[in-house]
Design a protein around this ligand. Structure first.
Ligand code: FES
Length: 223
């Protein structure tokens, strides 16, 4: 198999494609594949030239931390949850998420996701669960990995602009449900940074690794 990776040594250097050969099992995740390619001291590309270790991020290796989000064969996905046996063809193409600044190879800077929450003062604070609260739905939304896959496919999201995407809409729902004292401010921020600009493609829900029902968060907030 040929593995093509879009590499970039520093945030300011020029991206370039580099290919690697892989002849092992297909019962391995893309995360396992990257580990395998990086394992040796003398790393070679498929032209037999020495090269540097491939930069990528991971923590949990079980679809929980969101660190390994990248674009695999043109589809945004988690590397640890995507297996070679499920990918078509004899070539695999890996590139970093396109909606965030690249730090190194497949590692991107997703700090804007947290910065947007800080900018709009969206936080839960002291939380006392109330009887009859919709805790099941809140739990579903709280599973968000902040991986950025929903932003990658969103036709309206551009990093650094005022539309903050599905990840923000879900946080607004969760915080509004748990912090009633901030509800008015949250609804204002939701309208300004999501509600008034979402074109409802709902591609975000197709790629969400936690299956978060963003449409349900939207309908709750709109109501
Ligand atoms: S390594 Fe944590 S989600 Fe893939």
């Amino acid at each position: 198999m040929r593995i093509k990776i879009l590499r970039q040594q520093t945030p300011f250097s020029k991206p370039y494609w580099e290919a690697f050969a892989y002849n092992g099992t297909k019962d391995i995740s893309v995360a396992g594949l990257l580990d395998h390619l990086n394992y040796h001291d003398d790393i070679m590309n498929d032209a037999g030239e020495p090269t540097t270790r491939i930069g990528w991020e991971c923590s949990c290796l079980q679809g929980v931390c969101g660190g390994c989000a990248m674009v695999i064969n043109d589809m945004p996905a988690l590397a640890c949850e995507t297996f070679l046996r499920d990918l078509e063809g004899t070539e695999i193409e890996l590139r970093p998420l396109r909606k965030f600044p690249v730090i190194h190879d497949l590692i991107v800077d997703r700090s804007s996701i947290q910065e947007n929450l800080k900018r709009t003062d969206i936080y839960i604070g002291e939380y006392q669960p109330k009887k009859g609260e919709d805790s099941r739905r809140q739990y579903d939304v709280a599973k968000c990995l902040k991986c950025g896959l929903c932003l990658e496919v969103c036709p309206n999201y551009t990093c650094g602009e005022t539309f903050f995407g599905a990840v923000f809409a879900n946080d607004c729902y969760l915080v509004a449900a748990r912090n009633r004292t901030k509800a008015k401010d949250i609804h204002r921020a939701y309208a300004a940074h999501f509600g008034n600009a979402c074109s409802k493609s709902f591609a975000c829900m197709d790629v969400c690794p936690a299956d978060i029902p963003t449409i349900a968060s939207m309908s709750r907030l709109n109501r």
